[in-house]
Design a protein around this ligand. Structure first.
Ligand code: C2E
Ligand code: MG
Ligand code: MG
Ligand code: MG
Length: 281
């Protein structure tokens, strides 16, 4: 990389790279302004009981409405937000906003609904993370037991003793903890024994082929059994077809999330599709 080869390297002026770094710089500058300019928005995707297709939970998914680029995918800006540290204030905004939406749900007479919020590695490692969660819970009146924080395997493998202390701290607040994208990380199962986890979310990579591919089906079935034998709820991500759901039901998977039910929706559309007080008579 040019950066490692000294300041005078002509490679710094290699046009493609220059364009890329300028683009990144522009995106970074814009991301700094995204929060104060109110360009961030949460979308909400329903999570259903696999057996009865009943609404059980909702995952908050971040969207950035860039003034010129339009809707920017989290896959494109979360890594940048992590590198710059902007994920810390953005993540706090996400959590507060998710809890505020949950309160609106309760005020509208909605049945108990878990709110699932993605947490990034950088956020999780912040010294004051658990204290931030505690103060958002207090400020928004969120029932801790109805909040699930989604973590990833790699976050727990980094520094296991500190990770364990952080998880214990979060659990002491009463919130639930899920492992997102389960099966795609370090795939070390040792932490499942030690860590106070409530839920596994099977990555959609494994769900995609379950109706056609016996290996995918075997893997998902094994994860469901593993989860259940440890007393965990198991959620399948990326459920796109009735055939996917049929296999997951047979395998006893608890919850399902995916385009079969709904894509992530703006709050008003989510509430219109899943009226809090139940279906109109
Ligand atoms: P994730 O947490 O694993 O979220 C699931 C992703 O799969 C979402 O993508 C969702 O829109 C997509 N999805 C849901 N159902 C289906 C389906 O049936 N088929 C397919 N092909 N895709 C489906 P999205 O919203 O683009 O988010 C991507 C990732 O960005 C998330 O993956 C999560 O890791 C991250 N992310 C999103 N919001 C936040 C946030 O507020 N904070 C942090 N730290 N990360 C976030
Ligand atoms: Mg997630
Ligand atoms: Mg996921
Ligand atoms: Mg995923």
């Amino acid at each position: 990389r040019a950066k490692d080869e000294g300041r005078n390297s002509f490679q710094l002026f290699e046009p493609a790279m220059n364009a890329r770094s300028l683009e990144r710089l522009a995106l970074e500058t814009a991301l700094h302004r995204a929060l104060p300019r109110d360009e961030l928005q949460l979308y909400f995707q329903p999570v259903m009981k696999a057996e009865e297709s009943e609404l059980i939970a909702v995952e908050a998914l971040l969207r950035w409405r860039h003034p010129d680029l339009g809707l920017v995918s989290p896959a494109d800006f979360i890594p940048l937000a992590e590198d710059t540290g902007l994920i810390v204030p953005i993540g706090e905004w996400v959590l507060r906003s998710a809890c505020e939406h949950h309160r609106r749900w309760c005020e509208a007479g909605g049945a108990p609904l878990h709110m699932m919020v993605n947490i990034s590695a950088r956020q999780f490692r912040e010294e004051g993370f658990a204290a931030m969660v505690a103060s958002v819970l207090a400020e928004t009146g969120m029932t801790p037991g109805e909040l699930t924080l989604e973590l990833t395997e790699s976050m727990l493998m980094d520094d296991t003793d500190r990770a364990l202390a952080r998880l214990d701290h979060l659990r002491a607040l009463g919130v639930c903890l899920a492992i997102d994208d389960f099966g795609t990380g370090y795939s070390s199962l040792a932490y499942l024994k030690r860590f106070p986890i409530d839920e596994l979310k099977i990555d959609r990579l494994f769900v995609r082929g379950i109706d056609r591919n016996t290996r995918d089906a075997a893997l998902v079935s094994a994860i469901v059994s593993l989860g259940h034998s440890l007393g965990l709820r198991v959620v399948a991500e990326g459920v796109e077809s009735a055939a996917h759901l049929a296999v997951l039901r047979r395998q006893g998977c608890d919850l399902a999330q995916g385009f079969l039910f709904s894509p992530p929706l703006p709050w008003d559309e989510f509430v219109a599709a899943y009226p809090p007080a139940g279906a109109a008579p």
